[in-house]
Design a protein around this ligand. Sequence first.
Ligand code: S3P
Length: 176
Amino acid sequence: MKIVLIGYMASGKSTIGRLLATEMGLSFIDLDDYIEEKENKSITEVFATKGEIYFRKQEHFYLKELLALDTNFILALGGGTPCYAGNMELLLEATNVITVYLQTSINTIVERLTNERNKRPLVARLNENELPEYIAKHLFERSYFYNKAAFKLKIDSKNKETIITELIEYTNLDKQ
Ligand code: S3P
């Protein structure tokens, strides 16, 4: 089984994914890290030198590569992955793939991204006043794709341990 975590930037996909992987004895893959390794560049460098369209093509290519592997793992996608190149359909149609949307409110994302935006090219240039409106619009557009996930878990005020417990119980992951 491949468990795929989706959600907006800074929703905790990688943190939760790592913990979940340890808890379940599975390996963890972060799609952004995988792309950085394969491209031999940081995500910021890929955007800066090759542009977003190139990034989206490679993101799609590497997602397919990972889905074709005959192994089980937890995979954290990038915030935009489900929204481009038919990736969400690909995930939903794939066998042995469970999609989980880690749902966060605009406020939580604004709080987290205010301090973490410099390594995220899409928001790096926005100032603190511009960020809330950008995130509100962007999250609204992207929710269309995120909401197609098989499971949705609201994670706002919950601590990591609660999120992991709820995620396993709610999706019956331990029984899959
Ligand atoms: C992106 C999110 C980033 C990374 C890239 C684009 C997006 O991943 O893939 O900067 O379009 O939302 P995180 O969600 O891990 O920040």
